[in-house]
Design a protein around this ligand. Structure first.
Ligand SMILES: C[S@@+](CC[C@H](N)C(=O)[O-])C[C@H]1O[C@@H](n2cnc3c(N)ncnc32)[C@H](O)[C@@H]1O
Length: 251
């Protein structure tokens, strides 16, 4: 699990993710009194929108990053409908409780073991409960990450990145549907969607959203130059060539 998240910065620049989250949220069928797990809640921007749909409900907001959860707590302070849980989703344990739905945005591509992940989420859902999610999909950020790999191979960075393994898994739709069914979901649908983005602060966006896994392996004084070099080798204006994978499933 990447530890390099800075919750406050992500909260400020994660607008594309929040906007995608708003659209994903619309796919959840809610009466307003359900208990929903936000799996990978980050700094809580999508969680906050989810709470608007749950006037009589509850949210269990789970994330593996203490910095993200701190930002989420700040954002949602005083809202007693939310319970925060710092946990790895691959070891998700709700203490025997089940939820009516799982919402997850911009998170699953940070987890390689999708079979294990889907099994955990299935176990957390009541029978008939919904999983509605979106994450990076096959081809996501292909141009940006190819450039990052090229810069990572340069002598200034390569010694620090020996043994570095790209933590992302950008899955395709048919394979994801098969894994969801294999994890026990009764119905599963997945589809890809191109979603290019032009963030207003490219270096900050690259450094705090896209390249976090690389940067946590680099010494402090190499991080800025790494981001600048990645950016310098990409066409202007900077475009983050996102491809999203959508998942709808019923437990
Ligand atoms: C890009 S953020 C998305 C946050 C929020 N859902 C949004 O759409 O803005 C991805 C989040 O997934 C969390 N994450 C990644 N892998 C995780 C894991 N194995 N267990 C729990 N959280 C994880 C990260 O800590 C991070 O907060």
């Amino acid at each position: 699990m990447s530890r390099a998240w800075d919750g406050r910065t992500y909260d400020r620049v994660g607008t594309p993710q929040a906007e995608w989250g708003r659209a994903v949220l619309e796919r959840l069928d809610l009466a307003g009194d359900e208990t929903v797990c936000d799996a990978g809640c980050g700094s809580g921007r999508v969680t906050e929108m989810l709470l608007e749909r749950l006037p009589r409900g509850r949210v269990i907001a789970v994330d593996g990053s203490a910095s993200m959860l701190e930002a989420a707590r700040e954002r949602l302070t005083g809202d007693d409908r939310v319970e925060f849980l710092e946990a790895d989703l691959l070891a998700l344990d709700l203490g025997g409780r089940t939820v009516d739905a799982v919402l997850s945005t911009a998170t699953f591509h940070w987890i390689k073991d999708h079979a294990g992940l889907f099994a955990r989420l299935h176990a957390a859902l009541r029978p008939g409960g919904q999983l509605v999610a979106q994450c990076g999909g096959r081809g996501n950020l292909g141009r940006v990450l190819a450039r990052a790999a090229a810069v990572a191979a340069e002598p200034a960075y390569a010694p620090h990145l020996t043994g570095f393994v790209d933590p992302h898994r950008f899955a395709d739709a048919p394979g994801t549907e098969a894994l969801l069914r294999g994890a026990g979901f009764a119905a599963a649908r997945a589809w890809l969607q191109a979603a290019p983005v032009h963030p207003p602060e490219p270096p900050v966006f690259l450094g705090s959203v896209i390249l976090t896994a690389w940067l946590e392996h680099l010494p402090e004084d190499r991080r800025g130059p790494f981001v600048d070099q990645v950016l310098a080798g990409l066409p202007e204006p900077f475009e983050a060539d996102y491809v999203r994978l959508n998942l709808d499933a019923v437990a």
